[in-house]
Design a protein around this ligand. Structure first.
Ligand SMILES: Cc1ncc(COP(=O)(O)O)c(C=O)c1O
Length: 431
C-alpha cells in the first residue's frame, strides 16, 4: 500500500514547490474530522482555509454533486444551464436588495479581478477613467492579476516586481486597533479619516472603487472597531466611490451571519465571494448593484468554466444546507464558546497578546512581550505543529505570521471545541 512518505516524496519531485505544506496527506473527512493516509484523525479547525463551511462530505452536497455529474458536467458560458441560474437567483435573495446581478467564476482571486473590471467599466460609463483603486494595508485579495496588487502585504510580493504593483493601486491604513496604540474609538476615527487622506493625497480623485474585507482574514483576523464603517461609508458616499466588500473568506456563515458586513449597517455596491460558497467546489462570484451591472455590454465578460453546472449545483445546495441546518447560528454559538474560553487563557498566558474574532473566524495573536507586542513568530509556528501532532489542525496568519487562526467547519460541536481548547491549554502551558 502506498504510504504518505512516498506521496510527499513524489510531490516534492513533481509539484511546483511554491507552497509551504504540512507533512500530512489527507485522504478523507466527515463533518469537522479529517483522516490522513495512515488513518490518524484530526479535528479540523481550518476547513481548508475557511472553505468547507458545511463540513467535510455532507450527504446533501455529495448527492448534489453526484446527481449533477451524472447529468451534465459542463456547458461553457455559451449556453444557459439550470444550476447556475438557480444559484444566481439564490445569491440575489441572500444579499441586500440592491445587489441583484451576479457573475460566476472559479476562485476568490477571479471574483476580485472581475469586480475590478466591473468598476472600471462603470467609471468609463460615467465619463471617468477610474484610474485609482484603494485597498487597505494588511489586506489579502489574491496572488494573481490586480487582486495581487490590491493585497496589502509586502511579504507576498517579494520577487514579483511590477507584477505585484499595478499602477493606480494605493493602500490606506487598516483599523488594526491592537497594533495602533490608539483607543478603539480613536482607531476607528483616525483610520477612516486616513481613507479620505488617501483619496486626496494619493490619487487624482478618479477612484474606481474602495475594496476591503469587512473582517480581514489573512492579515490576522482583524475586526474593525465600532464606528469605523459609519465614517468610512460617509466618506465613500461623499466622493461617490463604489464599495467592494470582499467576503471571500468571511462569507457564508463564517462570522455567525451569512455575510460579515451584516454585523454593521454596511451597504456594499459589490460583494466578492468564493471559498465557503462552494463548500469545497471551485467557484467564485461577484454580485453587483444594478447601476454597475447595467454598464456591462455583451462580450465584456466570459469564462469557460464560470457557472459550471456541478460547482453551481453544489454551491446552491451548500447555501440551503447552511440555512436549513442552523449552521450559521452554530457558528455564532460555538464561536462565542471558543472566544470566552480563549479570553480566559489570555488572562493566564502572557504569550497571548490578543484574542479577537466573530463567529468561527477567530485569531489568537502571540507576542513575546505584552508591552512591546513583539510578535512571537517561532512560538506561533511551534503551536501549530504541536497541535497538528496532537490531532488538531489550525491555521496561521497575520502580517507577522504570529496569529493562530481558528476557522473550523461551521458544524463543529461544543464537545469538539472543548477537546481543541483542552489541547490548546496544554500547548500554551508548554510554550
Ligand atoms: C479575502 C480574500 N480574498 C480573496 C482571496 C483569494 O481567493 P482564492 O485563493 O480562491 O483565489 C482570499 C484567499 O485567501 C481571501 O481570503
Amino acid at each position: 500500500m502506498v504510504k504518505s512518505d512516498e506521496i510527499i516524496k513524489k510531490d516534492k519531485q513533481y509539484y511546483l514547490q511554491g507552497y509551504t505544506r504540512k507533512e500530512v496527506v489527507l485522504t478523507e473527512g466527515k463533518g469537522a474530522v479529517l483522516k490522513d493516509m495512515e488513518g490518524k484523525e484530526y479535528i479540523d479547525c481550518f476547513a481548508g482555509i475557511a472553505v468547507t463551511n458545511a463540513g467535510h462530505a455532507p450527504e446533501r452536497l455529495v448527492a448534489a454533486a453526484t446527481k449533477q455529474m451524472s447529468k451534465l458536467v459542463h456547458t461553457s458560458g455559451v449556453f444557459f444551464n439550470v444550476p447556475q441560474t438557480l444559484l444566481v437567483e439564490k445569491l440575489a435573495k441572500i444579499t441586500p436588495a440592491n445587489l441583484q446581478h451576479t457573475y460566476l467564476c472559479n476562485s476568490g482571486t477571479e471574483a476580485v479581478d472581475n469586480a475590478v473590471k466591473l468598476v472600471k467599466k462603470y467609471a468609463f460609463s460615467r465619463g471617468k477613467t477610474g484610474a485609482a483603486l484603494i485597498a487597505l494595508e494588511c489586506s489579502f485579495h489574491g496572488r494573481l492579476g490586480v487582486a495581487f496588487s490590491l493585497t496589502g502585504q509586502a511579504k507576498y510580493k517579494k520577487g514579483f516586481g511590477s507584477y505585484a504593483n499595478t499602477p493606480g493601486v494605493v493602500h490606506a491604513p487598516v483599523p488594526y486597533c491592537y497594533r495602533s496604540r490608539l483607543s478603539e474609538e480613536e482607531c476607528a476615527e483616525e483610520t477612516a479619516e486616513r481613507v479620505e487622506d488617501t483619496i486626496n493625497r494619493h490619487t487624482a480623485g478618479d477612484v474606481a472603487a474602495f475594496i476591503m474585507e469587512p473582517v480581514l482574514g489573512e492579515g490576522g483576523i482583524i475586526v474593525p472597531p465600532a464606528g469605523y464603517y459609519k465614517k468610512l461609508q460617509k466618506i465613500l458616499a461623499d466622493y461617490q466611490i463604489p464599495f467592494i466588500a470582499d467576503e471571500v473568506q468571511s462569507g457564508f456563515g463564517r462570522t455567525g451571519k451569512m455575510f460579515s458586513f451584516e454585523h454593521w449597517d454596511l451597504k456594499p455596491d459589490l460583494v466578492t465571494m468564493a471559498k465557503g460558497l462552494g463548500g469545497g467546489m471551485p467557484i467564485g462570484a461577484v454580485i453587483a448593484n444594478s447601476d454597475i451591472a447595467n454598464c456591462v455590454e455583451a462580450g465584456d465578460f466570459f469564462s469557460t468554466y464560470g457557472g459550471n453546472p456541478v460547482s453551481s449545483a453544489v454551491a446552491l445546495e451548500n447555501i440551503n444546507l447552511l440555512q436549513d441546518e442552523g449552521l450559521i447560528e452554530n457558528s455564532a454559538k460555538v464561536g462565542k464558546f471558543f472566544l470566552t474560553q480563549l479570553k480566559e487563557y489570555q488572562q493566564k498566558f502572557d504569550i497571548i497578546g490578543d484574542v479577537r474574532g466573530l463567529g468561527l473566524m477567530i485569531g489568537i495573536e502571540l507576542v513575546k512581550n505584552r508591552s512591546t507586542k513583539e510578535p512571537a513568530v517561532k512560538k506561533a509556528k511551534e503551536a501549530v505543529s504541536l497541535l497538528l501532532k496532537n490531532g488538531i489542525i489550525i491555521g496561521l496568519g497575520g502580517i507577522h505570521t504570529n496569529v493562530l487562526r481558528l476557522q473550523p467547519p461551521l458544524c463543529i460541536t461544543e464537545q469538539q471545541a472543548s477537546t481543541v481548547l483542552v489541547k490548546m491549554e496544554e500547548i500554551l502551558k508548554q510554550l
